[in-house]
Design a protein around this ligand. Structure first.
Ligand code: GDP
Length: 359
């Protein structure tokens, strides 16, 4: 029950649900509790623990996710309370899972692995004290010794990863130059989580993806080739969604998953214009973008889900007044051709701009 200024508890839980969905989990329910301060042993109160436990039994729940970061002790106590098979994790672990699934470059994968290990380090106690308990106290102290060994192994692995990251970074510039010589422009989708980026990606492609197309067969699943009506083409790539309450330990991993956008020809900012907090979400995305090295890349804003707003006509009028905004419904396909045209226009602009720089 963490209350933020912009996003209330329910908004935050809704977002957590979407994140779980993104991670491939099926969410069967959510609940929250108002406490003056979190319970130091179990984060939530004992009544709430019992309530969740009966829901676990009734629904066959496998995973319980908490919206705030839990301590090692809280994780252990909750797993014990919920019974052996249930996995308890927190928002941070869930986000790291998603980053892990979505890391498209070697560098991003390393950065995510590093963040996952750093997250595990203070939480190692869990597993071993559990074993000690199972052994019925006969091996007292064994758990503690084992934790020290494990921590040392983990620290060594963290050191190795950091070195590897350093060398990958050194070589990145070379590869970047090579990649820039690819004639097909890369367009990156950015936006708040749940804005509709992957829906747009799917709406635009599908039929256009040729199985025998060797050049594009190696693309990762979040990049697709889009062919516009006039025969021009570009690569459209999805990025991991922007989220509020990003723990500091995962900020670096998040950045790394976004780093490839600095190599794109155009950034398309997808907005869920039907969302009551659309404005705040736009600001949150802009803030992160301003911290990345992308200020010179042209941008296009897409107001998505126009089928869902109560006043589509005034939204469309407002968009028309602005230079860089296109209204679409990624779900129905409305406005998607206009979107492709706008992308072509923008790409043309940027090509002219590059040519103008070369004497
Ligand atoms: P992402 O996190 O930005 O990739 O968002 P998704 O593409 O996964 O979409 C999130 C949710 O919004 C899904 O349930 C989509 O079906 C829904 N959605 C996406 N685009 C539209 C749209 O244009 N209209 C409506 N009504 N729903 C949409």
């Amino acid at each position: 029950s963490n209350t933020e200024d912009l996003f209330g508890v329910e908004e935050s839980l809704k977002e957590l649900t979407q994140l779980a969905d993104t991670a491939g989990l099926m969410v069967v329910g959510s609940t929250y509790q108002k406490l003056v301060s979190p319970n130091s042993r179990t984060y939530i109160g004992s009544g709430k623990v019992a309530e969740i436990k009966s829901a676990i039994n009734a629904l066959g729940v496998e995973t319980v996710i908490f919206d705030d970061e839990l301590s090692a002790g809280q994780l252990r106590n909750l797993e014990k309370a919920f019974g052996g098979e249930v996995r308890v994790c927190d928002r941070t672990a869930l986000i790291l899972d998603i980053f892990n699934q979505r890391a498209a470059t070697h560098e991003a994968a390393l950065q995510v692995a590093l963040a996952q290990m750093e997250y595990q380090l203070p939480r190692l106690t869990k597993m071993w004290t559990h074993l000690e308990r199972q052994a019925g106290g006969k091996v007292k102290g064994m758990g503690e010794k084992q934790i020290e060994v494990d921590k040392r192994i983990l620290r060594t692995q963290i050191g190795v990863l950091k070195k590897e990251l350093e060398s990958v970074r050194k070589h990145r510039k070379q590869y970047r130059n090579q990649r820039l010589s690819v004639p097909v422009p890369v367009v990156s989708l950015v936006g708040y989580t749940n804005a509709g980026k992957s829906t747009l990606l799917n709406q635009l492609t599908g039929a256009n993806v040729l199985a025998e197309d060797r050049l594009f067969a190696t693309l990762d699943p979040t990049t697709r080739r889009v062919q516009t009506k006039n025969g021009k083409e570009f690569l459209l790539t999805d990025t991991v969604g922007f989220i509020q309450k990003l723990p500091t330990t995962v900020v670096a991993a998040f950045r790394a998953t976004l780093e490839e956008i600095s190599e794109s020809s155009l950034l398309v900012h997808v907005v869920d214009i039907s969302h009551p907090l659309a404005e705040q979400q736009i600001d949150a995305v802009d803030k992160v973008l301003s911290e990345l090295d992308v200020s010179s890349i042209p941008r296009l804003m897409v107001w998505n889900k126009v089928d869902k707003v109560s006043n589509p006509e005034s939204i469309k009028l407002e968009a028309e007044k602005r230079d860089d905004v296109v209204c679409i419904s990624a779900l129905s396909g409305e406005g998607v051709n206009e979107f492709c045209n706008a992308v072509q226009e923008k790409l043309k602009d940027s090509m002219v701009w590059v040519e103008a720089l070369i004497p």
